[in-house]
Ligand binder design. Sequence first.
Ligand code: HEM
Ligand code: HEM
Length: 291
Amino acid sequence: MNKNLHAIYVGLFFLVGVSITVLLAVDGFKYYNLPIEQRFFSSQHTILKPSGFIGHGLGIFGTLMMIFGVAIYMIRKRTPKLLNFGYLKYWLEFHIFLCTLGPILVLYHTAFKFGGLVSVSFWSMVAVVLSGVVGRFIYLQIPRTIQGQEVNINELSEISDDLTYKLKKQYNVDDSIINQIENIFSSNKYSAKSAGYNFLIVIKEYFGLKVNLAKLKKQISSKGTKGKQLKEIIKIIKSKIILNRRIGMLRSMQKLFRYWHIIHLPFAITMLVIMLVHVAVTIILGYKWIF
Ligand code: HEM
Ligand code: HEM
């Protein structure tokens, strides 16, 4: 998948997700906004209540999306022979799409009323989605090949050295600037710190990076480099700074990611088990959808 196709792939997920969320909100706004005791008298009650045609259907589709989104990713990751196409990272994006839209549909299924044992399933679902966002963030801090395999520390150091070589030889960047980058953004700065500390540093430096790059840009342009060449140099410097940080944090982020799996999975299992009990109870109570 080339860059443009990938942008369309992700853009389509975004468009479908946002459109469905907005459509359901607009359609049901009046009903969901009513106090619980007045909903019974609304003309939309028969279709939007959790056992109504739309409400019930949303619960079923949302749940199926989550089950499919988890199953397909786990199969692709653990038994690649079975699903031998597409890079793992694209499948993760598909997992994120289905497991974000699925919970949104379930949210509309509940009609924003969370009672009984099934509320444990609902809040576990919220926890798994929120932990997913954190996991995605940590995942992106661990450098990977285009196929989604982790890159080892020696290969990363070689890439960083190549970038320095390019700045020096191809773009004639001054030694004083290179030394500044190597000293201020050295990977050693991060390697001695704990995983939690590094996690906060990444967020802080996300905003600090723009300021630092602007300072370096000013210094380089004062030496006469302008236009397209200056843009390319800044792009390489940005890659190098981010790479150095990721090299320094690699071990602690890998550790944090292992801990993260220990949180994400049990929430997913809790949600699933209680949801199964909930579905069994509704079937025993005689609730039917279109079948
Ligand atoms: C993770 C998935 C699900 C969650 C978190 C969930 C949550 C809920 C909640 C909070 C309610 C409202 C309870 C109340 O009125 O106090 C509800 C009602 C209901 N759900 Fe689900 N649900 C899920 C999946 C499903 C599925 C897959 C089905 C059907 C196969 C289903 C069928 C129903 C029905 C029929 C009701 C109405 C029950 C009644 O009015 O007594 N739910 N659900
Ligand atoms: C109800 C929603 C979700 C459920 C049930 C769910 C469940 C799972 C499960 C079972 C795994 C596999 C864990 C493993 O391989 O040990 C996983 C992996 C993952 N999920 Fe989710 N997930 C959900 C939503 C999300 C969301 C919303 C995001 C991101 C925004 C996300 C990001 C991830 C990431 C980054 C991984 C790790 C991939 C890897 O290590 O290869 N998940 N999820």
